[in-house]
Ligand binder design. Structure first.
Ligand code: PEP
Ligand code: MG
Length: 321
């Protein structure tokens, strides 16, 4: 079984009717780049940079960060690498000063924290920008949710670029900048973000948490965390279709992307770019190789109309058989 899967690692992910799908890898440590390449990932769709804070309280300096980002960018030999800026706070490692937030999931987290700590943010942006000359590098911003945050973030990036220009340090002037779509408000005002940014990445882990009001770290409500809730299905369809209409690349990097049970559902929604843990890549690829989009789209009509969980899972089973 495993060996069979292994054989498709260098096969392109194309559906039976000839549609190509991009499969990328989520990584948390620079050395995981090896595994991503071994499994045939076409790039890194999400590099969670928070690992730099593992088991420590101090800020990694620019050189240490540059070293980490360079390892990943060089390791992918020119394939795209999406580096997400620190998503610290909530369930993530964070500096002790922020550990006491009354409700961390709704508190000073991710881009909110980065904007509140411009010194820290600038160090990270400079390190990422410097790595951008070594391969295709993209900057991904977590938890963006307002127009003001987009503007402040873009200003910070421009400031980091100017400081590098002043020091004659090279970087990619056209480095692409995108945001996570993981707060319902972002999903519901997508035009705003698409106007100013180059790409989108849907974070279903948080998007589901915030839409259904289920704390993703609370085991007592884990059974209510439902990717098939009709609200989630509608929200995902809306995001993917709006991005498609605007011609903005959109991918999914939440856990849903790596669960082969949802592969056809996501294809039916129009998704053509998935990012997941390397270990999940070949199973999802196998699912894509056996998928027929016209067949999927017929069932999708029914799924979009359904609102009873039983009906939805029944239709999903049909979709996957
Ligand atoms: C997500 O929220 O779906 C996501 C990919 O980011 P993280 O799990 O790191 O919050
Ligand atoms: Mg998230």
């Amino acid at each position: 079984e495993k060996r069979k899967l292994w054989r498709i690692r260098s096969v392109k992910a194309v559906t039976l009717d000839g549609t190509t799908v991009d499969l990328l890898a989520n990584i948390e440590l620079p050395q995981e780049v090896e595994q991503a390449r071994e499994c045939g990932a076409m790039g890194i769709g999400l590099f969670r940079s928070e690992f730099l804070f593992l088991n420590r309280d101090d800020l990694p300096d620019e050189e240490e960060q540059f070293e980490a980002y360079s390892t990943v960018v060089k390791g992918m030999h020119g394939q795209p690498v999406v580096i997400r800026t620190f998503d610290l706070g909530a369930d993530k490692n964070l500096r002790s000063a922020y550990r006491t937030a009354p409700n961390p999931a709704l508190g000073l987290r991710a881009i909110r924290l980065s904007l509140a700590e411009p010194g820290m943010f600038l160090v990270q942006l400079r390190a990422i920008l410097r790595a951008s000359v070594l391969g295709k590098t993209r900057i991904l911003i977590p938890m963006l949710c307002s127009s003001r945050e987009v503007d402040q973030t873009l200003q910070m990036i421009e400031f980091a670029k100017q400081s590098l220009r002043d020091e004659n340090k090279p970087f990619d002037e056209n480095v692409r900048i995108g945001c996570m779509v993981e707060i319902p408000a972002t999903a519901l005002s997508l035009e705003l973000f698409m106007r100013k940014l180059d790409f989108l990445s849907i974070g279903t882990n948080d998007l589901i948490q915030y839409t259904l009001a289920i704390d993703r770290t609370d085991e007592t409500v884990a059974h209510l965390f439902d990717p098939l809730h009709p609200a989630i299905i509608r929200l995902l369809v809306q995001i993917i279709q709006n991005a498609g209409k605007a011609g903005i690349p959109v991918s999914i990097c939440g856990e849903m992307a790596g669960d082969s049970e949802y592969t056809r559902l996501l294809l039916g929604m129009g998704l053509r770019q998935f990012s997941m843990y390397p270990a999940q890549l070949l199973t999802v690829k196998r699912e894509i190789l056996g998928s027929h989009l016209p067949e999927i789209s017929r069932l999708m009509q029914k799924i979009l109309k359904a609102d009873e969980p039983e009906k939805i899972s029944e239709l999903l089973q049909k979709l996957n058989s």
